[in-house]
Write a protein that binds this ligand. Sequence first.
Ligand code: SAM
Length: 156
Amino acid sequence: VHFEVADATKREFPEASFDVVYSRDTILHIDDKLALFKRFHVSSWLKPGGQVLITDYCCGEKPWTPQFQEYVKQRGYILYTPPQYGKFLQQAGFSNVRAEDRTAQFMQVIQTELQRAAAMKDEFIKGREENASIGQTQSHRHKHDSSRVTTVTSAR
Ligand SMILES: C[S@@+](CC[C@H](N)C(=O)[O-])C[C@H]1O[C@@H](n2cnc3c(N)ncnc32)[C@H](O)[C@@H]1O
């Protein structure tokens, strides 16, 4: 396995490089989704018979509430409904496209995470308090160290 940080809209790969393209919750940041999907298919990053699996944030039909509009704008997301998303993949040349709305499953995951966070809240806060007091001790020590450390402290 080879890991790399790159801009998916700019990175080039030789033809037939991959069996699968998998993307998790990232394409919401990319404006021209059709152009990106064409890179997967028409520019042939995938091998013949290759597959794409994407999870991403989507949206409901407009009109949106002002709060949701503001949230999307502030986050810089470019969102489409699941059917619109699927159409982009078809337009890029993919067949057997399944665009599924997994909102109910996502809500369940979030609820479980919320319950887990609530259950460990006291332990978490205690850990943070302990870390903060260690930080204070170190910061106190740094003030009495060299001038280089003092500069770092004042930069904060
Ligand atoms: C919501 S985070 C998801 C991160 C990770 N995939 C996960 O599921 O935890 C969105 C990620 O998309 C990345 N991203 C945004 N635009 C990108 C682009 N053009 N090419 C590659 N990554 C991009 C951001 O750097 C960020 O790490």
